[in-house]
Write a protein that binds this ligand. Structure first.
Ligand SMILES: [Fe+2]
Length: 610
């Protein structure tokens, strides 16, 4: 039984293939089209999923779509009527897309699959897709489910219960009241791009003070004990305009929104810290309520808000649950996976299989991989100079050696990750002990804002000796933030640095991955899920005594994470990455022919700023 899951036409399109309950393949369209957050029909991702399963579209038994377009349109119409005539322009702007595309989703799906699929389309409610993506791949027999995002049809957040092969949503928060949209409103107001700059806002928060926390709780939202809330919509404009916040919002926070790319001021840092604090408070209350309603021991999370790994870390440490599992593709891309799994378990009532590895997500390594002969013919086609390694251990040793000498290494091996995090298969690696590495990586490799933190990858077995984590706790998908242990910190200097100046203070023995508040978004690397990456870390520890590396996604600012050897080579040649690993081949920058070398400006110009 082959089920294709699709998410499309809004943000982050993706496809996923589930065969007899097994996740065979999943990938985001942006990785193929090289257009970040591509929202078109995921034609190439779907083609990839079919090829991975060695089938054609006519062999599919079901195609599942991640939301219900008609119900969504109902929400848009009702919102328009409620705000009329204020939202007329916004409504008119969105209407053609609905009339030509979204209201005829089956036709669009037919087109996308070249008319080859003859079976049924199944439309799953948006939050049921998120909930299914959170529960079914998780290791739990029974768990509370929490989904939170901007908005689907009407729901913006749900509490549910998963038991064996069945999920049930018990409570919902409805549009326009939405934690995702509240967070995005601050993202917009602070001058970042909505639906992608939320990470930046979260990264900015530790530089500020939560000075506006109480104002938000008093004026913007009415927060209840169970984590539900109502927003005072006079501060927000997203129901009727093209912007997120109203003039009243600007008056409350001392003037107009920050312009994109303008210098960051203390106000934005304090706003970031404040909305982060409120978000954590809401999530903790919702988690406690979910525990009360379900009396489940474990919790699973999905929806765009579940990408807030700082809040996730607090739920894991302070929440009432024994264990927490978070869908790595928590945003809308993961809806494709959830929709397909929903058909298999919920609609077809198939039982869940016995658990073999840590969960059913397979390390989230669900995208394309490349055979050796493909790598070789590519390398030869560009005249690359490379060295092949016969033994994994030798290769890992060589990479560890380079890293210990403060070289930056691009690492492409095995199947590509599904979800926004690179977990070692499409990663750039660096020495976390190096005091200059954060700025080198930000400014010379990724060409992005200097304040942005980097995440550590740590050997699973050593995680609790560097981070405040329980020895049994893991974070294989880099979905939660944990504090650095106090014995790894350096005493704070007395110069009282504020704002971005905090960045220049050495804070720990692994400064490149320690944020200004000593937090770190941890990936625990285990041998089962990531054998190669585990080996590199182990060899690095042998050489240096340190089991921690920087792991950042293999791309530059605005670029989707690299997928193919071509993408990786192009990015490698255009940036200051020193070495590139493709499978078992190692390329040194200085040995490469200058003919293929593009300037970083040309490369960056291919992508829109995020
Ligand atoms: Fe969503």
């Amino acid at each position: 039984m082959n089920i294709l899951g699709i998410s499309a036409f809004y943000h982050d399109s993706a496809a996923c293939l589930v065969r007899d309950g097994d996740i065979v393949a999943a990938a985001q369209e942006e990785r193929f089209t090289r257009k970040k957050h591509d929202h078109g029909f995921p034609r190439r991702a779907a083609a990839y999923c079919l090829s991975e399963a060695a089938i054609r579209a006519e062999d599919l038994d079901f195609v599942a779509f991640y939301d219900k377009p008609l119900l969504k349109f109902d929400r848009i119409l009702e919102t328009y009527i409620a705000y009329a005539p204020r939202g007329y322009e916004l409504f008119l702007k969105g209407l053609p897309l609905w009339l030509h595309e979204k209201l005829y989703t089956p036709r669009e799906l037919d087109r996308g699959l070249d008319g080859l699929y003859r079976g049924r389309y199944v439309f799953i409610r948006h939050h049921e897709s998120h909930a299914a993506s959170a529960f079914f791949p998780s290791p739990f027999e029974r768990a509370a489910i929490l989904t939170l995002d901007g908005v689907g049809e009407w729901s913006t957040g749900t509490i549910g219960l998963g038991e064996r092969n069945h999920i049930e949503l018990l409570k919902e928060l409805r549009f326009p009241h939405s934690l995702g949209l509240l967070y995005s409103a601050f993202t917009y107001f602070c001058g970042f791009k909505v639906n992608s700059g939320e990470y930046k806002l979260m990264g900015l928060a530790p530089y500020g003070e939560p000075r506006y926390r109480d104002v938000i709780l008093e004026k913007l939202i009415d927060l209840k004990a169970d984590g539900s809330f109502r927003m005072d919509m006079s501060y927000f404009a997203y129901c009727h305009a093209d912007v997120m916040t109203s003039e009243k919002f600007a008056r409350l926070f001392g003037g107009p929104p920050r312009a994109r790319e303008a210098p960051l001021t203390e106000r934005e840092m304090d706003l970031a810290a404040s909305i982060q604090a409120v978000t954590e408070e809401i999530l903790l209350r919702a988690a406690r309520h979910a525990h009360k309603v379900t009396s489940a021991e474990n919790l699973v999370l999905a929806g765009g808000v579940a990408l807030n790994c700082v809040a996730n870390g607090r739920i894991a440490r302070e929440g009432p649950f024994k264990r927490v599992w978070i869908q790595p593709a928590a945003g809308d891309a993961g809806g494709a996976l959830g929709a397909a799994l929903f058909v298999w378990y919920q609609l077809l009532d198939e039982p869940r299989k016995a658990l073999e590895a840590g969960d059913y997500q397979k390390g989230s390594l669900l995208g394309p991989g490349f055979e050796e002969k493909t790598l070789l013919s590519f390398l030869d086609s560009v005249g690359a100079s490379y060295r092949g390694f016969e033994s994994e251990d030798e290769l890992a040793g060589e990479v560890a050696e380079l890293l210990a000498a403060e070289q930056v290494v691009g690492h492409v091996e095995g199947r590509m990750e599904f979800g926004p995090r690179a977990l070692g298969s499409r990663s750039i690696l660096g020495d976390a002990r190096s005091p200059k590495m954060q700025s080198v990586m930000n400014l010379k490799i990724k060409f992005r804002e200097s304040f942005r933190p980097f995440a550590p990858a740590v050997l699973r077995e050593d995680a609790d000796s560097y981070f405040e984590m329980h020895p049994s706790e893991e974070s294989p998908y880099m979905m939660l933030v944990a504090p650095l242990r106090s014995d790894r910190r350096l005493p704070a200097s007395e110069n009282g640095a504020v704002g971005l100046d905090k960045l220049r203070e050495p804070r720990s023995v692994v400064p490149a991955i320690t944020h200004v508040d000593y937090s770190a978004r941890v990936q625990t690397v285990d041998r089962e899920r990531n054998p190669r990456f585990h080996r590199i870390l182990a060899r690095f520890r042998e050489k240096t005594g340190c089991p921690v590396l920087i792991n950042t996604s293999f791309n530059v600012r605005g670029e989707p994470i690299v997928c193919t050897p071509e993408d990786a080579y192009r990015c490698f040649m255009a940036t200051n990455i020193d070495a590139l690993v493709l499978g078992r081949f190692l390329l040194m920058k200085e040995d490469q022919p200058s003919a293929g070398r593009a300037g970083s400006e040309d490369h960056l110009a291919r992508f829109e700023l995020d």
